[in-house]
Design a protein around this ligand. Sequence first.
Ligand SMILES: *[C@@H]1O[C@H](CO)[C@@H](O)[C@H](O)[C@H]1NC(C)=O
Ligand SMILES: *[C@@H]1O[C@H](CO)[C@@H](O)[C@H](O)[C@H]1NC(C)=O
Length: 232
Amino acid sequence: MRVQLSFGAIVLALVGCSLHATEGAGRNGAFIGYHESEARREVTLAAQPKPGPFRVKISSSYGEFIIKLRPDLAPDTCTLVWELAQKGSCASCKFYRHEPVPMEWGKDGFFGPPYALLQGSLADLARQPPFENKGTSVKKGHICMIPNCKEFFIATADHSEWGQSHTVWGEVEDLSAEPNYPFEPFHSNTHDNITTRWLDNTYAFNITAIEPVPLGAGSSGGSGAGLALNKA
Ligand SMILES: *[C@@H]1O[C@H](CO)[C@@H](O)[C@H](O)[C@H]1NC(C)=O
Ligand SMILES: *[C@@H]1O[C@H](CO)[C@@H](O)[C@H](O)[C@H]1NC(C)=O
């Protein structure tokens, strides 16, 4: 049986709302024509050390998650998350669903319930991220947007049963804080034979940006931080 999440349609209406990535100086130069200042800017950018991966931190009194963004998989979503994380305040960010990994997960096609995830809201994102997935299925530790909303989850097991129906935008580097987040009290909701668990309380978190540490001077192909986020 194909398992579907009960919140909102998984059927993907691929509506527009895609952000336009910042164009690189080189590309602008190519389209607008040669300008000496642009050429000089390119030299300056190329001389900079290549930035390391972009990371954000989700934190609360229950523990923290360091998340490596994957702009190679979801450039527009990562840009939106990075912008929010740089603000450093997210009054509406909260977890509200936490379902454990059941015994025998994945055996003989058993994929819950319960559904092996920690779910929450990034309601303060500047806009709803577009759906971005070109063939990535959800693995344990992935952090993903649910299509057509600002809600996300951290997968606590592989979710091959969901196919490529979510935007995978990052990887949690260490899941050890996850069991510290409350699983209870919760109430169940059954819809189309699918029973999901919803926490009775919500648990606020903050999301903050961790500026990339350069990978080392002299590495080639360097570019400005914003460019790397969009093109890494
Ligand atoms: C989020 O950050 C603010 C400001 O540092 C702090 O007052 C608040 O307690 C934090 N919230 C959580 C859930 O950690
Ligand atoms: C729900 O499950 C029961 C028992 O497994 C089955 O008989 C019924 O047809 C299912 N209903 C739906 C809507 O899938």
